[in-house]
Design a binder for this molecule. Structure first.
Ligand SMILES: [Ca+2]
Ligand SMILES: [Ca+2]
Ligand SMILES: [Ca+2]
Length: 843
């Protein structure tokens, strides 16, 4: 009787209360299921296989603003890794009548098709898997439906499995078994992500729990999710057993020998009644110059009501805060998921410590002072860059960042190799070396690419060019790093009498000159031969065993003299010749030769020899390439190459070629090419500058257009690698445009780049650069220390990643998504140029 009264009451409340009814999930115009606080995306973002990051795809849950679950799909293992097979999803059908999205999932290698249907059901969704034919025998007990939950949002929280109490572990400690490799589902292109030490067995995690009813994080209304399964057991796995970037996986095996609806889950994420996302108050964590424009961009929930005003408080030396400014909130408009307003506090111009107060929210403090930008490149130049010096031992105080990597050198990549990091070796080696033969002398100099340890030649060429430009434009004499090439030893915070930038130029050139001298032209890359050390985390020196591979030895055997081993962990040189790359190298070598004269005359002279030779050979090769040559992939040289060639040689033919290419390129792609055009000004005559003027006027229109494009006024990238690099380039372009055409582009636009990089951007307001001076830089980056949930100072994150159809994201508790958190040597040295140009501009 009591029960009946309760049910009646509940029905009355439901009928009367639109808020509660409003919690039902609805398919919205952007084709995902939505209620306030919950977005369930169904293949808005697709798996791609291979290099792409699969932790960004599948059925996803954005729970109170945070993307906490992803990867929902039919998968073939308990805790899939990045290189495990993913289903192709050739069709995705949105059915508005039935409030559902249906997808076809295909594993071509196994002729295995399934249909996954997600249907709005009350406050959650039903996920069903349908089979027209039973699971193929070889996938029985392997094919299942998985949904992955973000560890950093769940660890430390409890979960219930059929009422049994558990807690999600902060560190991975779980049970595994090993199984014969014959039972393992093959990985992407047959690569293998782990080293089985010759056991012939792979590791398979066992479930932490099994049941039909799971409640995740019942104590946390923002994260509570209820999952029930009708006919199949739910299992919970910890993906971090196999890979530090693994997630918590909820999984059901598909039953064997059954067809029709073989699996049905109900997934109900809790929505907080009346939830409104907390405003994100964007501002520069590094602070502001007294005289500069100061505009905070505040990101609001579309259901939020903007306040009329915000204020600035000043903190005095006794710690007392007092309001010094109050100003109006001005609407900007909607941009993707959120609404944006602006708060201009430019009138606040007294040096001091401040914070922004918006309603009940106050930001962390920031400084207004003439000195705030003085150190914005120091962490990058003193810490991040030297730590990424390859083939060196790098020490900092008590800590060793890495030992000397790759002592065994590099082997010739065998012809016809397709690599997992987007490289390939063509049908020939294009060298005098045979496949797998040691190419002596390449293990010197160069910079790690990013969070990985390969030498990306194209990138290293750009990096050395960036260093030379920084040196020639700004002459930084900063010396905080000890570098001994003789001892292959680097010590941070120990001056040695030589400007660090010269040592960086030298270090990059040592590898690139070696490539050219030894191989005869530029390699594409010096990279891993085996996938299981490509995802290496930790000391680069332990990525390989340091001993050259000896085919006469058994696997894992070390020769009696200790000088070789039977481990095939060596790095390879991918050497297919690319004359476009050679041409870029020729220009870089000419620049290196200038910069190193008087510091390392021998290397300077050798760089010049290689420059002249590569220039001649590459020019001939490029002239002889048929226009429609599909057999080889060339590229790399560009307009800027010919400018650099002219600067280096003074030969008029290169100035002509530069201009021949430049003007049409400006017509085609103004925003991308104009920086190169501006760099040409000091080397060309007055008519050149006059001819360039209208393009700068057009660029100013582009700058103004950005104010209408988005609330931040910078170019925002929507690709699968977030766009800090483009924002840095934009800033450098503005600095150079202001230098040469101050009447067209005024210096205020340069602050849009510092604002964005240092905290005024979507999602959160942390500085995307781990720079000195920032009150709250990001705390985790995708560096080689990412498994420690840490960062390397000075790193520049790609930053704010766009996820289809309307979500910007930058995790600051989960470093492992490279598209948002991985700094690169190319990106960080571009930042060095921007920072130097910016400091020059404000001087
Ligand atoms: Ca790489
Ligand atoms: Ca030095
Ligand atoms: Ca080795």
């Amino acid at each position: 009787m009591k029960k009946l009264i309760f049910a009646t009451l509940l029905a009355l409340i439901l009928a009367a209360s639109p808020e509660i009814q409003g919690q039902e999930l609805k398919l919205n115009d952007l084709e995902y299921f939505e209620t306030q606080g919950i977005n369930i995306l169904v293949y808005s973002n697709m798996f791609t296989g291979g290099f792409n990051d699969e932790k960004n795809a599948g059925i996803e849950l954005i729970h109170h603003g945070v993307r906490t679950a992803q990867g929902g799909a039919v998968r073939l293992s308990n805790t899939p890794e990045q290189w495990d097979l993913v289903p192709a999803i050739p069709t995705r059908t949105v059915n508005r009548e039935s409030n559902s999205i249906e997808s076809l999932q295909k594993y071509e290698d196994y002729g295995f098709d399934s249909r996954v249907v997600v249907t709005a059901k009350g406050k959650g969704v039903e996920i069903s898997v349908y089979l027209d034919r039973p699971v193929p025998a070889e996938l029985a007990g392997k094919a299942g439906f998985n949904l992955e939950f973000l560890p950093s949002q769940y660890w430390g929280k409890t979960y219930l499995a059929d009422g049994r109490l558990n807690r999600f572990p902060r560190y991975v400690v779980g049970n595994t078994v090993t199984k014969p490799n014959s039972e393992k589902i093959k990985q992407y292109k047959g690569y293998i992500t782990s080293d089985d030490r010759g056991t012939g067995h792979y590791v398979d995690p066992l479930p932490l729990e099994t049941g039909r009813n799971f409640i995740l994080a019942p104590e946390d209304p923002e994260r509570r999710v209820k999952i029930t399964s009708e006919e199949t057991d739910l299992m919970l796995f910890d993906g971090r057993i196999l890979a530090q970037n693994g997630w918590f996986v909820v999984r059901s095996l598909l039953p064997s020998e059954k067809t029709g609806k073989v699996l049905s889950w109900t997934v109900e994420p809790h929505a907080i009644d009346g939830w409104i996302r907390e405003p994100n108050i964007g501002f520069s964590q590094v602070g502001y110059l007294p005289s500069q424009p100061k505009i905070s961009v505040i990101e609001l929930d579309k259901k939020d009501t903007p306040l009329e005003t915000a204020s600035i408080y000043k903190i005095d030396e006794q710690g007392k805060a007092s309001q010094v400014f109050s100003g109006p909130i001005r609407p900007w408009g909607n941009y993707y998921k959120y609404h944006y307003v602006k708060f201009d506090f430019t009138p606040v111009n007294t040096p001091g410590i401040y914070y922004i107060q918006y309603g009940d929210l106050k930001t962390n403090n920031f400084i207004i002072d003439d000195t705030v930008y003085d150190k914005i490149t120091d962490a990058t130049s003193d810490i991040w860059i030297p730590i990424h010096m390859n083939h060196m031992f790098v020490r900092e105080g008590y800590r060793v960042w890495h030992g000397e990597p790759f002592k065994e050198g590099y082997r010739q990549a065998p012809p016809g190799t397709d690599h997992f990091d987007l490289h390939w070796q063509g049908p020939t080696t294009d060298t005098k070396y045979k496949g797998m033969e040691l190419i002596p002398g390449l293990n010197i100099g160069g910079f790690f690419d990013a969070g990985d340890f390969d030498i990306e030649t194209g990138s290293n060429i750009g990096v050395v060019q960036n260093f030379v430009q920084t040196w020639e434009y700004f002459k930084p004499l900063r010396d905080q790093t000890f570098v001994s090439q003789e001892h292959r030893y680097v010590d941070l915070h120990r001056p040695d009498g030589t400007p660090d930038i010269l040592q960086f130029i030298e270090h990059g050139a040592l590898n690139l000159v070696a490539q050219s001298e030894i191989i005869g032209h530029m390699a594409q890359t010096l990279s891993n031969s085996v996938l299981y050390n490509y995802h290496h985390l930790g000391d680069a020196a332990s990525l390989t065993d340091g001993l050259p591979y000896n085919p006469d030895l058994g696997p894992y055997e070390v020769a009696a003299d200790g000088l070789s081993s039977g481990v095939k962990d060596d790095m390879w040189a991918f050497t297919s010749r690319n004359p476009g790359l050679d041409l870029r190298a020729a220009t870089m070598f000419a620049a290196v030769s200038r910069a190193l004269k008087g510091y390392n005359d021998d290397l300077s002279a050798r760089a010049l020899v290689q420059s002249k030779r590569l220039l001649k050979e590459a020019t001939e090769l490029l002239a002889n390439i048929p226009q429609d040559n599909p057999g080889r992939r060339f590229g790399g040289s560009d307009v800027g190459t010919y400018l650099q060639l002219y600067i280096s040689t003074g030969e008029q033919q290169y100035a002509s070629k530069f201009q021949d290419l430049l003007w049409p390129a400006l017509e085609r792609n103004l925003n991308f090419v104009i920086l190169t055009a501006l760099e040409g000004i000091p080397h060309m005559d007055e008519t050149y500058k006059a001819k360039l003027r209208p393009y700068v006027v057009k660029y100013k229109e582009y700058i103004d257009g950005l104010e209408k494009d988005n609330p931040y006024g910078v170019p925002i990238g929507l690709g699968n690698w977030a766009g800090s690099g483009a924002v840095v380039n934009f800033g450098t372009t503005v600095c150079f445009a202001n230098k040469h055409f101050p009447d067209i582009v005024d210096d205020s636009h340069a602050f849009k780049t510092t604002n964005w990089l240092f905290g005024c951007h979507p999602y959160h307001n942390y500085s995307l650069v781990a720079t000195l001076g920032a009150t709250r830089p990001k705390e985790v980056f995708y560096g080689n220390n990412r498994a420690d949930f840490s960062f390397i100072p000075g790193n520049v994150a790609p930053g704010i990643l766009f996820r289809q159809p309307d979500h910007f994201e930058n995790y600051d508790d989960w470093p492992f998504l490279w598209g948002q958190n991985e700094g690169t040597i190319g990106g960080n040295t571009s930042y060095l140029i921007f920072g130097s140009a910016f400091k020059n501009l404000i001087k």
